[in-house]
Ligand binder design. Structure first.
Ligand code: FMN
Length: 361
């Protein structure tokens, strides 16, 4: 006897039905070495675990008889309409090992789902190539290191290619990534340095980023670079109220709360626990990006409720790229958007703007 199902909600024809399944498929596609590159933290990986564990400690207040059937997930960020409050985080150095199309693929996935990506300076494709492949405005991540003039020149290059904001990063000294030390990981020559070389940017800048031969920048150099920048600067790695104030004082147009997914130094606090302090110091009107630990649509809602305007997605998108290239990255974004949608509805939020501290018990 055949029966007609009355509930088809779970019967998708899509290849991947959940982000948990996408992560499983990614694991199968990656060698141990590539998997460790994507997943590693530093030291004992305490911060890496805290980034997700601290989301798990949050408890929603789900109002009875006050849910919303058709919440609007869209938002506006720096003049752009996004289909949900997310960007793709810059993950470079070895993204070509997940899929040869790298940020060309993730950029197209972002475009198709109605969000944007932050392109890393250490990408396997030039910033111009990625801009052309995706055809939409994006942000460019650049490390504040080496000659201030060379950094400013590269920002001009990004502007000429159509990028609209710069995400400025800082890395004081080599990171202690034991998984990669045990794997003796090597990155192929001619891959993460696509942006450097004759007619492009000076390879000395990338070399200095990795070699740490010169004293690192202080606030004076950062302030100078921001003052000379042809595009608005968003400072990444802001984890305290003081850093928020110093960044804004130095001319930043926005802040980016992040501990780089626990990849810089272990025993930093989780990024989500830092976010409310940064928002309180910045005031309501400063644009804030948040990353480190976003795995679910409900994480996105939690970060926005605690003060972020948008989140950035690092490993979550890396899993999609490793599972099924551009289609996998696109599917990750769709699933995150849909889970964010259902979270809004359960919380009684008709729009992203309705999220706030009252959403928690
Ligand atoms: C494999 C990998 C490579 C990364 N490379 C960069 C990079 O080149 N520049 C940068 O600013 N951040 C880099 N990050 C940090 C991400 O931008 C982001 O802060 C981090 O992934 C957020 O943590 P989550 O992935 O756990 O959500 C990288 C992260 C990963 C996982």
């Amino acid at each position: 006897m055949s029966t007609t199902p009355i509930d088809n909600r779970y019967a998708t024809t899509q290849r991947f039905t959940t982000n948990t399944g996408i992560r499983r498929a990614a694991r199968q596609n990656c060698s141990d070495e590539v998997w460790n590159y994507l997943n590693c933290g530093t030291g004992d990986e305490v911060t890496l675990r805290a980034n997700t564990a601290d989301f798990d400690k949050l408890q929603w207040n789900t109002p009875l008889f006050a849910g919303v059937a058709h919440p609007d997930t869209t938002t506006e960020f720096l003049g752009h309409r996004l289909s949900f409050p997310a960007l793709i985080a810059p993950f470079g150095g070895g993204e070509y090992m997940l899929d040869a199309e790298g940020h060309r693929a993730t950029g197209r996935a972002a475009r198709d789902v109605g969000i944007r990506q932050i392109v890393p300076v250490a990408a396997a494709h030039t910033l111009e190539d990625i801009a052309q492949a995706t055809g939409v405005a994006q942000m460019f991540q650049i490390t504040f290191v080496g000659d201030v003039g060379a950094v400013v020149d590269m920002m001009h290059r990004a502007k000429a290619a159509g990028y609209e904001q710069i995400v400025a990063t800082y890395s004081p000294i080599r990171q202690w990534r034991e998984r990669m030390m045990e794997d003796r990981t090597r990155f192929a020559a001619g891959k993460s340095d696509a942006n450097f070389g004759p007619g492009l940017s000076d390879p000395a800048a990338l070399h200095e980023q990795l070699a740490f031969t010169r004293p690192r920048w202080g606030w004076a150099e950062a302030r100078e670079a921001i003052a000379r920048a042809p595009l608005p600067i968003i400072v990444k790695g802001v984890m305290t109220a003081d850093e928020a104030k110093q960044s804004l004082d130095a001319g930043a147009a926005g802040l980016y709360v992040s501990n780089y997914g626990g990849r810089s130094i272990d025993r930093q606090r989780s990024a989500i626990s830092a976010l409310p302090h940064v928002r309180a110091a910045a005031g309501q009107n400063v644009p804030i990006i948040f990353d480190s630990g976003i795995r679910r649509g409900s994480d996105i809602a939690a970060a926005v409720a605690l003060g972020a305007n948008v989140v950035a997605l690092g490993r979550a998108v890396g899993y999609g790229l490793a599972a099924d290239g551009e289609a996998g990255a696109r599917r990750v974004l769709e699933l995150l958007r849909d889970e964010y949608w259902t979270t809004l509805g359960h919380l009684g939020c008709a729009t992203t703007a309705d999220l706030g501290p009252a959403c928690f018990l």
